[in-house]
Design a protein around this ligand. Structure first.
Ligand SMILES: [Zn+2]
Length: 884
C-alpha cells in the first residue's frame, strides 16, 4: 500500500446493526504475544449479490485445524460492524455460534469442516472507505489492514493464506464491468437483466489482498511479454472520459515489469494485471493480487492537468504497487508488526526504480528531503516507534514514514555495506527461501546475512530502536595523518530510555582544498559509541565530505566554517553531498539567527556567504537544471525546527523568508536572466525541458520574495503563457502568496478552466491553503464552505486541510486559530473517516518541541479532542500518546 493521501465527509458509517461501541481504552496488541492461528483456511469461495445500497455475501470457508496451533475447538472469525445472517457448518444450518464483541465464534469438533456465513452490507453507507464501499456509482474494496472483516467473518490476519474463488452478480446497467483477483474463469447473463462473473486466483493470499470492483469503467489495454515468454494482458481501468489520461500509467506499468525482471529477477505470475482508478480512496494505492486499486491521482496524467512531480508520483506508485507482487504478495507478513518487511523493502525498490527511470542524484535528494520532513519529526516526537513496532492499538496508525521511509533507508544501508551484487544474492535467497509464506523482518535480515555474507547481528538494532542517531564529528591533524573521531548517540524515545550503539555506514572522502579533488571515497562503519578512524597521507588543508549519498539516516553534528561548506557546495563530486553542503550552510545560518546568536554584522556576513554560493548555483553553466532546481531549495521550516530542542515557528518563518527576500534582491538580475532563459524552452518530457520548468518556478519564487511587483508581473505572464500544468501551478503558487490583483485573476481563471476535473480542483484548494498570504486563515475558512469542498472525499480534505496543517503561517498562527481549525476538523471527520482523521493528529502532537505559548494552545486542542466521548480507536490512540 502507498501512504500519500488523507480523508473525507459526513454522517453514517455503520454497515449493519449489532456494532459494539468502541471502548474508551482499546486493547494494546503486542508483538511478543504472537501465536500461530488455531485454524487455517486453505480455500474460500465468496458469492456476492451486488447493489450500491444492499449487497449480500455468502462466504464458504474450508477450515482445517492448524497442527502448529493451540488445538482449541473454537473457530474465531473476525468481524467489524457485521452480524451473521445465516451460519452453516458442513451444509447444516447451526444456531450454537456466539459473538465475542465484533467476532463470531463457532465450536468445531473435528479436524476439517466447511463453514458458511452470510452477511449483508450497505456499501453506500460506508464512509470509512474500508471494506466494500460505493464511490461515484461504482463498488470497490479496500482490505489492508483490517477491512476484509467488514465484508465477511474471517480469521483476518496476514498469516492465514487462502485460495480465493469469487462469484459476483449485479445489474448490468449499473455494473457493466465485474473484476476480482486472479483470472476471470466464466461469465454470463441472467434473464432478469443481471449478469455475473467468476474469478479465480491460483496464488494463496491473505485476506488483506482480496479485491473486488464493479462499475462502469473503460480500459486502456496493453500487453507485456515476460522474460520467460508468457504474454500478460494489462488494463488500466478508469471512468469513461478519463481514458485519455492513462497512457503514462500504462507505460509506467510496463517499465516496472521489465525493471523488476532485470534488477531483481522477478517475473509476473498471472495472465492478467488490472489497475483500477477510484476517486474516493484513503491511501495512495493498494497492491491487491492482480487487481491494484489506485487513487485517481496516481493514475491520471497529461501535460495540461498534471505536473512533472505528478508524473513522477504516478510512475513511482505504479512501480511500488507492482513490486509488491513479490515483496508483499508472494511473500507476505506474518503479522502487522512486520509491516516494514513489505513496505520498507518495496519503498527501496520503488526508489531504485525511479532513480533508474530519471535522475539518480535528484531522486536521492528528493527521498532524503521527504525523510527529513516526514520521518525525522516522528522520530523525535511522542509517536516515535521503531521500524518494527512492539505494540499498537490501531494498526492503521502505523502506516508511517518510519515504517515506510526509514524502513527503506535501513535496507538501503544493508545494500551499501554488501554492495549491489552481494545484496542481490541476499534478496534472491530471501525470495527463494520464503516464497508462498508469511515471513518476518528477522527472516529477511537472516536471508540477506546468508546470501550476501554479512554479519548483521548488531545491525538488527535498527529494527528495534526508535530515534534518529546523532553522529558528532571531530577532525584532528597529526602530521600527515588525519584522525576522524566519531561519536554516536541514539536519543531517548517513548518507552526506550536506554539505547545501544548501532552500526552506521558512512561514505567519506577527504578533499584537498588546494586542488579541489580527493583521493577516493571510503566506507567506514561506526559500530561503537565512539571510535577513531585514521587517514594516512592526508592533504595539508583537508575538507571532509561525510555521509555522502546519505549513506546512513542519521543527523551529522559538526559545526563547520562557512568556507568549508561553500567549498563543498562548489566542488563535491557527490551530488547529494553538494546539495547537503548548501543546505548545511543555510541551516547553520538560520539556526544561529533564530536562536538570537547573530548580531546585524554577523547576519549580513552569513547572508553574503550564502549569497555567493547561491549565486554560483544560479549561474553555473555546467550544472543541469534539474540539479540546479534542487540546489536552489532552502531547507524546510519543519527541518529547521528539528535542529532546535524547542522552536519558535514564527521566528523560523521570519528568518527564512527574510533570507529568501534578501537573495531575491541581491541576485535579482541573475534570477531574472535565469527565468527568461528557461521560459524560452518549449514543453517536452525530456530531462532538459523538465529541468527548465523546475528552475523556472524556483527563480520566480525568489524574484517574488525580493520584488513582489515584479513577481506578480512575471507570475501572471508565466501563468498565461503556460504550456503545462507544471508552469501553471508554479505560477499560481507564487501568485497565491502575493497580495495583488493578479492573484485573484489567476485563481478565478484556474477554477473556471478546470471545472469538473477533481484532481486539478484539489490543486486549487491546496495552493490557497498552503499560501503565505497574510489572510490565509480567512481564505481557508471560506474555502471550507465552497460548494466544491466535500468532507466525504479524502483527496479534497487533504488538499485543503493537510496543506493548512503543513503551512507554518496558517497552522502556527500565534493566536492558535490554526490549531483550533485542525482540532475542529479532526472532531468532525472522525465519525466519518477515522483513518483519515487520525492522520491530522501528529501535527498537534509536536507541541513539546514548540515555544511555551503555542505549545499550551496545541496541547489544549489535543485535550479538547480527548474529551470527546465516542472517539475512534484510530484518533484515541494518537491523541492519548500525543498527550502522554
Ligand atoms: Zn506498499
Amino acid at each position: 500500500m502507498d501512504i500519500a493521501s488523507r480523508p473525507a465527509e459526513p454522517e453514517q458509517n455503520l454497515q449493519t446493526a449489532d456494532a459494539a461501541p468502541a471502548p474508551q481504552a482499546p486493547p494494546v496488541i503486542r508483538r511478543e504475544d504472537y501465536l500461530p492461528p488455531a485454524w487455517l483456511v486453505p480455500e474460500i469461495a465468496l458469492d456476492f449479490a451486488l447493489g450500491l445500497d444492499a449487497t449480500t455475501v455468502v462466504s464458504k470457508l474450508s477450515v482445517r485445524r492448524n497442527p502448529d496451533g493451540n488445538g482449541t475447538p473454537t473457530l474465531r472469525l473476525n468481524g467489524d460492524q457485521l452480524a451473521p445472517v445465516a451460519v452453516h457448518v458442513d451444509g447444516e444450518a447451526v444456531n450454537d455460534w456466539r459473538m465475542d464483541g465484533p467476532d463470531l465464534l463457532i465450536e468445531l469438533a473435528g479436524e476439517a469442516h466447511e463453514v458458511s456465513v452470510e452477511t449483508a452490507l450497505v456499501p453506500s453507507g460506508n464512509s470509512q472507505l474500508m471494506g466494500l464501499y460505493a464511490s461515484n456509482g461504482m463498488l470497490c474494496t479496500q482490505c489492508e489492514a483490517e477491512g476484509f472483516r467488514r465484508i465477511t467473518f474471517f480469521p483476518d490476519r496476514p498469516d492465514v493464506l487462502s485460495t480465493y474463488s469469487v462469484r459476483m452478480a449485479g445489474d448490468r446497467a449499473v455494473f457493466p464491468i465485474l473484476l476480482a483477483n486472479g483470472n476471470c474463469t466464466a461469465q454470463g447473463e441472467s434473464e432478469d437483466g443481471t449478469h455475473w462473473a467468476e474469478w479465480h486466483d491460483p496464488w494463496p493470499k491473505p485476506s488483506y489482498l482480496f479485491a473486488l470492483v464493479a462499475g462502469e469503467l473503460i480500459a486502456n489495454h496493453a500487453t507485456f511479454t515476460t522474460m520467460s515468454g508468457r504474454k500478460v494482458d494489462l488494463n488500466v481501468w478508469v471512468r469513461p472520459g478519463d481514458e485519455g489520461r492513462t497512457q503514462h500509467a500504462v507505460d509506467s506499468l510496463i517499465a516496472s515489469m521489465k525493471w523488476d525482471e532485470e534488477t531483481f529477477g522477478r517475473e509476473y505470475d498471472l495472465d492478467l494485471f488490472n489497475i483500477v482508478a477510484v476517486s474516493d480512496f484513503n491511501m495512495g494505492a493498494m497492491e491487491n493480487k492482480g487487481l491494484n486499486v489506485f487513487n485517481t491521482r496516481y493514475v491520471l496524467a497529461d501535460p495540461d492537468t498534471a505536473t512533472d512531480a505528478d508524473y513522477d508520483a504516478v510512475e513511482g506508485v505504479i512501480g511500488h504497487e507492482y513490486f509488491h507482487n513479490w515483496s508483499g504478495n508472494r511473500i507476505t507478513c506474518r503479522d502487522w508488526f512486520q509491516l516494514s518487511l513489505k513496505e520498507g523493502f518495496t519503498v527501496l525498490r520503488d526508489q531504485l526504480f525511479s532513480a533508474d527511470m530519471g535522475s539518480e542524484p535528484v531522486k536521492r535528494i528528493e527521498d532524503v528531503r521527504i525523510l527529513r520532513i516526514a520521518q525525522f519529526p516522528e522520530d523525535s516526537g511522542p509517536l516515535a516507534h521503531p521500524i518494527r513496532p512492539d505494540s499498537y492499538q490501531e494498526i492503521s496508525n502505523f502506516y508511517t514514514a518510519t515504517v515506510y521511509n526509514k524502513g527503506a533507508e535501513v535496507i538501503r544501508m544493508m545494500r551499501t555495506m554488501a554492495g549491489e551484487e552481494r545484496f542481490r544474492k541476499g534478496t534472491d535467497l530471501y525470495f527463494e527461501r520464503h516464497d508462498g509464506t508469511a515471513a518476518t523482518c528477522e527472516d529477511f535480515v537472516t536471508a540477506i546475512e546468508d546470501g550476501a555474507g554479512l554479519d548483521l547481528s548488531q545491525f538488527r538494532l535498527w529494527y528495534s530502536q526508535a530515534g534518529t542517531p546523532q553522529v558528532s564529528v571531530a577532525l584532528q591533524q597529526e602530521g600527515a595523518r588525519l584522525v576522524l573521531t566519531l561519536r554516536q548517540a541514539v536519543p531517548t524515545t517513548p518507552g526506550q530510555p536506554e539505547k545501544q550503539p548501532m552500526p552506521i555506514p558512512l561514505r567519506v572522502a577527504l578533499f584537498d582544498r588546494a586542488t579541489g579533488t580527493h583521493g577516493g571515497e571510503t566506507l567506514i562503519v561506526l559500530t561503537k559509541a565512539e571510535d577513531r578512524f585514521v587517514f594516512e597521507n592526508a592533504p595539508a588543508d583537508p575538507v571532509l565530505s561525510i555521509n555522502r549519498g546519505f549513506s546512513a539516516p542519521v543527523a551529522i553534528e559538526m559545526l563547520r566554517p562557512d568556507a568549508d561548506l561553500v567549498f563543498l557546495a562548489a566542488h563535491d563530486d557527490d551530488p547529494f553531498a553538494r546539495y547537503e553542503a548548501m543546505q548545511s550552510l543555510v541551516v547553520q545560518h538560520l539556526v544561529a539567527a533564530v536562536g538570537g546568536g547573530l548580531d546585524e554584522g554577523a547576519r549580513a556576513q552569513g547572508r553574503e556567504a550564502i549569497g555567493a554560493a547561491f549565486g554560483a548555483i544560479v549561474t553555473d553553466p555546467a550544472l543541469d537544471d534539474l540539479m540546479r532546481g534542487e540546489l536552489m531549495l532552502l531547507p524546510a521550516e519543519s527541518y529547521l525546527a528539528e535542529q532546535l530542542l524547542v522552536s519558535d515557528p514564527g521566528a523560523i518563518h521570519a528568518e527564512r523568508e527574510g533570507l529568501k527576500a534578501w537573495l531575491g534582491k541581491a541576485l535579482a538580475a541573475d534570477l531574472e536572466a535565469l527565468h527568461d532563459r528557461v521560459s524560452a524552452v518549449p514543453y517536452g518530457r525530456e530531462a532538459a525541458a523538465r529541468g527548465a520548468r523546475k528552475v523556472k518556478t524556483q527563480a520566480l519564487v525568489y524574484i517574488a520574495a525580493g520584488n513582489p511587483a515584479e513577481g506578480a508581473r512575471r507570475g501572471l505572464a508565466q501563468y498565461q503563457g503556460a504550456q503545462s500544468m507544471t508552469d501553471r501551478q508554479g505560477a499560481l503558487m507564487v501568485l497565491a502568496s502575493l497580495d495583488c490583483p493578479e492573484r485573484e485573476e489567476a485563481l478565478a481563471d484556474f477554477l473556471a478552466r478546470y471545472e469538473g476535473n477533481a484532481l486539478v480542483i484539489d490543486k486549487w484548494f491546496s495552493l490557497q491553503a498552503g499560501s503565505l498570504h497574510p489572510r490565509v486563515l480567512a481564505h481557508i475558512k471560506t474555502l471550507s464552505a465552497h460548494p466544491e469542498f466535500r468532507m466525504s472525499n479524502p483527496n479534497r480534505v487533504r488538499a485543503l486541510y493537510m496543506a493548512a496543517a503543513m503551512n507554518p503561517v496558517a497552522f502556527h498562527d500565534p493566536g492558535g486559530e490554526g490549531y483550533r481549525m485542525i482540532g475542529d476538523l479532526i472532531r468532525r471527520l472522525d465519525p466519518i473517516n477515522p483513518q483519515t482523521a487520525a492522520r491530522f493528529v501528529p501535527s498537534l502532537g509536536r507541541w513539546r518541541r514548540v515555544e511555551p505559548q503555542r505549545a499550551a494552545l496545541m496541547r489544549a486542542e489535543l485535550e479538547r479532542i480527548a474529551a470527546e466521548a465516542n472517539l475512534s480507536r484510530d484518533v484515541r490512540e494518537q491523541v492519548t500518546k500525543s498527550l502522554g
